[in-house]
Design a protein around this ligand. Structure first.
Ligand code: ZN
Length: 511
């Protein structure tokens, strides 16, 4: 550990409100042993401190490290052979995917995220069991190892479910409705990888016991409300309370998930969770596309937060989350990429731009997220939902030194009106490719666009090599099962009449 003075034409310390951020022009951050000591004018700090090194200069902007508040795997489903499709059949496309080594896959993803200025991620993981692993702990611990090797912060949760694997029906009812030979193959495949609630809780417990790095938080996650029995949900809630840790869940991502609540509980899934006593500031919900007005009231009253994933919602036919309504009610909204960024490349700056543009409802005087609000979502709110809010998310003395330096040359070439707000410039024009240096705890993970801890080319080579051979028998069998099952799943969902009701946003009208 040592000290450094991080210099920028602008240092964006934190967002104040919709129109302003605290910015120091020709500013610098002095950090020692990973802690921010002082922020001020560069010349003043340079004269009073004796840092080991000066990083940056007048061609850079310095911002807090950004947070990807909802994410899963590294190589994207598209890279693994799946086109975009609605979530319900899309989940089964994973059965036809190549099996990528979880450590390498996570390392690759971490490299990409660091390159776009992400210093913290909420990684939500389907429980992985490799054929040679004796238990769930080892295979999932390797994913956390990859983050620890990358230097990123991570809030890591294992997710699981105990019902409704295929449609919103009981699984036996669905399997009874398809040809019996296909049902037998499906049952056999499910039995080959049974994952129980005890597996889930004990693997999470072991991760908490063994992964106590300052940069790692272990959360726990039910996959979704309708995919878990009440008993399972409450066991998970109890686990989080006992371990004083965070909860993360997919919530009302698609119209079918909302319909399930109406049909089975006579209320939305969120209202059902509220009745169970599951909600609170320790719970972050991914998506929330199909929230009702009363759901938004419940979120505001309980302090429950939303992780918004607009690219994923477009790519998976889910819709547009009512973020303007959430912000109006004061709900905390963070931003996630969900392995489905609009450019398929895990670039948080492009995701932020989409957050800003997609909520611009028609009409003069209709409010939508400002650049400052979007930056706040991607920094302070992301830090809060990952339980790093006391240490990161803003640049302030006493906080950990997590920050990103972006080059201003491309953003402002050949001319940018000198009155342009620097936060507007970043959200309107910034790209991951403008990121030059990424610092976590005062340690540079990326310098001049080059990784300092991991050999990027070597990781790419290892992944390429591992996937260069023919598909393994299990991969072929998975692909064939997905191919045969998918039409029945699609047919069931397509037969469900969608609810009608006034939309949160009116984008256009046909009459
Ligand atoms: Zn997700």
């Amino acid at each position: 550990m040592g000290s450094s003075l991080v210099h920028g034409k602008y240092v964006v310390c934190k967002v104040i409100d919709d129109d302003t951020s605290q910015v120091v022009e020709d500013g610098a951050v002095f950090q020692r042993d990973g802690e921010i000591v002082e922020i001020g004018k560069y010349t003043d700090l340079k004269s009073r401190h004796d840092p080991d090194e000066v990083i940056g200069g007048p061609d850079f902007v310095v911002i807090p490290g950004m947070v990807n508040a909802h994410h899963h795997m590294g190589l994207t489903p598209f890279q693994l052979g799946s086109l975009d499709m609605p979530l319900e059949p899309g989940i089964f496309a994973e059965w036809s995917s190549r099996q990528v080594d979880p450590y390498l896959d996570t390392l690759w993803c971490a490299l990409q995220m660091i390159e776009s200025g992400i210093t913290t991620v909420m990684h939500n993981q389907a429980m992985v069991r490799t054929p040679t692993d004796a238990d769930f702990y080892e295979s999932n611990a390797r994913i956390v190892d990859a983050y620890e090797d990358s230097g990123m912060r991570v809030a890591f949760s294992l997710y699981n479910r105990d019902r409704h694997y295929f449609t919103s029906q009981n699984d036996d009812t669905f399997l009874g409705s398809i040809p019996s030979a296909l049902a037998d193959r499906t049952r056999k495949s499910m039995r080959a990888r049974p994952i129980t609630m005890d597996d889930h809780l004990s693997a999470s417990e072991a991760l908490i016991a063994n992964k106590a790095s300052d940069r790692t938080r272990i959360f726990i996650s039910p996959h979704n409300v309708h995919w878990c029995s009440d008993e399972y949900l409450m066991a998970i809630k109890d686990f989080a309370t006992r371990h004083r840790t965070g909860l993360h869940i997919h919530l009302q991502e698609t119209v079918y998930q909302r319909m399930y609540g109406d049909q089975h509980w006579g209320k939305t899934p969120l209202a059902h969770l509220n009745e169970l006593g599951f909600l609170g500031p320790e719970l972050s919900c991914a998506h929330g596309v199909w929230l009702t007005d009363s759901d938004i009231d419940i979120l505001a009253e309980t302090g429950t937060t939303i992780c918004h994933n607009p690219s994923s919602n477009l790519r998976l036919n889910s819709g547009v989350a009512p973020v303007n309504r959430l912000l109006q009610r004061g709900v905390t909204v963070a931003i996630g990429i969900d392995e489905a960024g609009i450019n398929d490349d895990n670039d948080i700056l492009q995701e932020m731009r989409l957050v800003q543009k997609i909520h611009r409802e028609p009409g003069v005087g209709v409010s939508s997220p400002s650049s400052h609000r979007v930056l706040d979502m991607a920094t302070r709110n992301g830090a809060r939902v990952t339980f790093f809010g006391d240490e990161t998310g803003t640049l302030e003395p006493g906080k950990r030194a997590d920050m990103v330096l972006l080059r201003l040359d491309r953003i402002s070439e050949p001319y940018l009106d000198p009155n342009t707000d620097i936060v507007d410039a970043l959200v309107y024009r910034g790209r991951g490719s403008d990121v030059d240096t990424v610092i976590v705890d005062g340690e540079a993970l990326l310098r001049g666009g080059v990784h300092t801890k991991i050999d990027r080319a070597a990781v790419a080579d290892q992944i390429r090599e591992s996937l260069s051979g023919p598909r393994k028998p299990a991969e072929v069998a998975g692909a064939e099962l997905n191919r045969d099952l998918k039409p029945y799943i699609e047919r069931w969902f397509a037969s469900q009449p969608l609810p009608k009701g006034p939309p949160h946003y009116r984008y256009n009208a046909r009459s």
